[in-house]
Design a protein around this ligand. Structure first.
Ligand code: HEM
Length: 86
């Protein structure tokens, strides 16, 4: 068992992450539902760090975290540049 966010979780409890909900935190701003990549271009290291922390939850966390996260991020960064270059 463990205590998560003040809640006592008995051992053996299945814990899941709602990836969509995890991406809707206040840290992304009031227009969180809008596709606005510029939200990452802010001169605020603390905020970007918090956004990145929430974003990484799409790859899950802990012992079942995605093993391909680094590859996936590299591919996505490459695709954006390739598409913008055309
Ligand atoms: C945007 C792309 C991707 C997303 C959002 C993603 C997301 C995830 C998530 C949420 C899990 C955990 C599933 C679970 O808990 O049952 C997972 C597991 C895994 N992913 Fe990914 N993935 C992506 C791309 C990739 C790529 C490109 C690779 C390989 C190169 C990869 C390899 C794996 C593997 C091997 C696991 C199993 C890890 C384990 O349980 O030991 N993923 N992925």
């Amino acid at each position: 068992g463990d205590v998560l966010g003040g809640y006592n979780i008995p051992g053996g409890t299945f814990i899941g992450i709602n990836s969509k909900a995890a991406q809707l935190g206040d840290v992304f701003g009031a227009d969180v539902e809008a596709f606005r990549p510029e939200r990452w271009l802010v001169d605020d290291v603390e905020r970007v760090t918090l956004m990145r922390r929430d974003l990484e939850l799409v790859f899950n966390y802990g012992s079942t975290k995605c093993l391909g996260m680094t590859v996936a991020c590299m591919e996505m960064n490459k695709v954006v540049f390739e598409v913008r270059g055309r």
